[in-house]
Design a protein around this ligand. Structure first.
Ligand code: 16G
Ligand code: ZN
Length: 532
C-alpha cells in the first residue's frame, strides 16, 4: 500500500499556497515559478503513479515555461513513447494540485488509486529535466521529494531541452527492443540526428547558419550538436547568455520573432543580407527561420513555411522511391496557419485543421502514413506510422534512382524527432531540404506569399466564457459575437479573423489576416474591440 507516513512528512514540506488554483493546461502547469513548489511535489507523486499504472515504464517530467518570461515556470508529464500525457490524466493532475492540505491530498490520492486501479506494488521510474530558469533547481528538488515519497526511481537528466527529454523517455522505454529509438543519452541524441544529417548533406559544408538561442537551454544543446556538424553545417550561436538574469526570451527567441515579425535587436549587426538565420524558444521545441534580403528587409519563415518545404520534399522523395501509392502524406495545421499556406498546401495534399496545442496536431498527424504538422509558431514535427517505417526500411528499390531516394527517405526519418516538436531536429531537416533543393531563404520564401496578419491579445475578466467550434475558427459563446465578427470580416478583402481563449494565459487571442498590412492590423484591432 501507499507509504502514507513518507508522503505525509514530505508533503508537509511543500504546502499548497492558499488562494491559488492550478490547471494542467495545453502545456502542463504553467505560472510564476515561485508559486509552483507544491505542484512539483505532487507532480512527482503523480508521475510515480503513472509509471506504476503503466507497469513500471519510465515517465518523463519536464520543468520549463518555454517561451514565457523568465519568472514563469511550469511542469509537464511525458508518457512512455515520448508523447504528451494521456488527456484523461490531465484532470487528475489538476485535482491533486488543488487539494488544500496534506490530508486532503492523501485522501484524493487514495481515491484516485482506487478508481484508476493502480497496483501500488509495481515499480516506478521517472526521468526528469529542467530548462535554465533560476527557479528550476528548487522546483526539481520539490519534484525529487515527490519521487522519494513514493519510492520511485528517479533519473536526473539535468539541464536540457524539452525535446531531448522526450527523446530520452522514448529511448529508455524502447531500449533493447526492435523499436529501439537510439541511445538514451544526450550524446546519443546528437549522434543520431547528426549522423542522419551528415548522410543527407555531405561536403562541402552549407553556408553558415546563425542560430538565436533565446538565451536559453537551446544554447547548450545547439553547442552539443554543432560538434558533430563541423563538416556539414557550420553554425554561429547567438543569444547564448544562459546565466544572465532576465535575458531568457527577452527581445529574442522564436516567439519574439514570430509575434513581432522582426529581427531580434541583438542580431541587427550580426546578420548580413542573404544569410539564413533561425530562432529557438526557451526550451528549444519551437523554430522560426528568417533572412534579410539585399535591401536588408526582414523576411519571416514561420512554421507554415516549414510545413510547406518539408511536406513537398517528403512527397517528392516518396514519389521518387515509387511508394506514392502506399505512403500517403498529409498535413495538419491550426486556425493560425496563414491562409495562403493552407491554399498552397491544399492544392497538393490532404490538409486538416485542428484546435491549437500539440496533442491535437500530433494525434491528427498520426492518422496519415506520414503526417507533417507545424503550428505557425514553429512547433511541429513529422510522424511516420509504424507500417510506414517498416516499409521504408524493408522496401527493395528497383532502380538506382529509387535506391538513392530511399536512402534519403531513411535518413530524413532518422533526423526527425517524432516524439514532439524539436527546434534542432527541425532545423537539420529544413537545412537538408534546402540543400537538396538548392534553396536559399528567398527561393524558399517564394513558394507562396504570406497574407499580412496580426495577432493581438485582449485581457478579459473571464476567458472561460469564450467557447469555440470548428477547430477554434468560430465562437459559439458569448452568443451573437460571431455574427458581429463575420460582419466586420466581410468588409475586408481576403479578410479572416477568429477569437479564442488562450490555453496558457489569462487572455483571449484575436487573429486577423487581410490583403494588406494596414487592413490586417485594423481588422485585428476592431475585432479586439468587439471582444473587450
Ligand atoms: C502551448 C502549446 C502550443 C500552443 C500554445 C498556444 C504544447 C506543447 N504547447 O505552448 O502548441 O501553440 O500553447 O498557447 O502543446 P495559447 O493557448 O496561449 O494561445
Ligand atoms: Zn517551447
Amino acid at each position: 500500500s501507499l507509504p502514507i507516513d513518507d508522503i505525509r512528512r514530505l508533503s508537509d514540506l511543500h504546502p499548497k499556497p492558499q488562494g491559488i488554483s492550478y490547471q494542467y493546461g495545453t502545456a502542463g502547469f504553467r505560472t510564476l515559478g515561485k508559486v509552483l513548489d507544491s505542484v512539483l511535489f505532487r507532480v512527482g507523486v503523480l508521475a510515480a503513479l503513472r509509471s506504476k499504472k503503466l507497469d513500471g515504464k519510465t515517465i518523463g517530467v519536464m520543468v520549463t515555461a518555454s517561451h514565457n518570461p523568465e519568472p514563469d515556470n511550469g511542469v509537464k508529464l511525458v508518457d512512455p513513447r515520448g508523447e504528451m500525457l494521456e488527456t484523461s490524466w490531465e484532470s487528475h493532475a489538476t485535482v491533486l494540485a488543488n487539494t488544500s492540505s496534506t490530508d486532503e491530498f492523501i485522501s484524493a490520492l487514495q481515491d484516485f488509486i482506487k478508481t484508476t486501479d493502480i497496483d501500488i506494488s509495481k515499480p516506478a521510474k521517472v526521468v526528469y529535466a529542467r530548462d535554465t530558469r533560476p527557479s528550476g533547481p528548487a522546483l526539481v528538488a520539490a519534484l525529487e521529494d515527490g519521487l522519494k515519497a513514493t519510492g520511485a526511481e528517479g533519473r536526473n537528466a539535468g539541464v536540457t531541452t524539452t525535446p531531448i527529454l522526450h527523446y530520452l523517455v522514448r529511448t529508455i522505454n524502447t531500449k533493447g527492443t526492435k523499436q529501439s529509438y537510439g541511445v538514451d543519452t544526450e550524446e546519443g541524441y546528437y549522434t543520431k540526428l547528426s549522423s542522419a544529417f551528415n548522410k543527407l548533406v555531405g561536403r562541402p559544408p552549407r553556408p553558415p547558419l546563425v542560430i538565436d538561442c533565446a538565451n536559453g537551454v537551446g544554447a547548450l544543446a545547439a553547442r552539443g550538436l554543432s560538434r558533430y556538424l563541423v563538416n556539414s553545417l557550420p553554425v554561429q550561436l547567438e543569444n547564448t547568455a544562459i546565466d544572465t538574469p532576465g535575458a531568457l526570451n527577452n527581445s529574442c527567441g522564436a516567439d519574439f520573432v514570430k509575434v513581432n515579425q522582426k529581427l531580434p535587436p541583438s542580431l541587427t549587426d550580426v546578420l548580413h543580407p542573404g544569410q539564413r538565420a533561425c530562432s529557438l524558444d526557451g526550451d528549444a521545441d519551437r523554430l522560426i527561420y528568417f533572412y534579410l534580403d539585399e535591401r536588408s528587409q526582414f523576411h519571416l519563415l514561420d512554421g507554415d513555411k516549414i510545413t510547406t518545404v518539408v511536406a513537398s520534399f517528403i512527397v517528392e522523395l516518396v514519389k521518387a522511391v515509387g511508394l506514392d501509392e502506399r505512403l500517403k502524406v498529409g498535413v495538419v495545421q491550426t486556425a493560425y496557419a496563414n491562409g495562403n499556406s493552407t491554399k498552397y498546401l491544399s492544392e497538393r495534399l490532404p490538409v486538416k485543421c485542428v484546435p491549437t496545442g500539440v496533442k491535437h496536431l500530433h494525434h491528427a498527424a498520426e492518422k496519415y502514413d506520414i503526417g507533417v504538422y507545424f503550428e505557425a509558431n514553429g512547433h511541429g514535427t513529422v510522424v511516420f506510422s509504424q507500417p510506414a517505417q517498416d516499409l521504408i526500411f524493408s522496401h527493395q528499390p528497383s532502380t538506382p534512382t529509387q535506391s538513392t531516394a530511399l536512402v534519403h527517405l531513411q535518413n530524413v526519418l532518422n533526423v526527425i524527432n517524432q516524439t514532439v516538436g524539436d527546434a534542432l531536429s527541425d532545423m537539420l531537416l529544413v537545412e537538408a531540404v534546402l540543400a537538396h533543393k538548392s534553396y536559399g531563404g528567398a527561393e524558399w520564401d517564394s513558394l507562396y506569399t504570406d497574407l499580412p496578419n496580426r495577432l493581438v491579445k485582449v485581457v478579459v475578466p473571464d476567458r472561460n466564457i469564450f467557447k469555440t467550434e470548428d477547430a477554434e475558427r468560430r465562437l459559439v459563446r458569448p452568443g451573437g459575437l460571431q455574427t458581429k465578427i463575420d460582419e466586420l470580416v466581410n468588409v475586408y478583402t481576403g479578410g479572416r479573423s477568429f477569437v479564442r481563449p488562450s490555453g496558457t494565459e489569462d487572455v483571449v487571442r484575436v487573429y486577423a489576416e487581410a490583403a494588406s498590412r494596414p487592413q490586417a492590423d485594423e481588422l485585428a484591432f476592431r475585432v479586439a474591440g468587439l471582444v473587450y
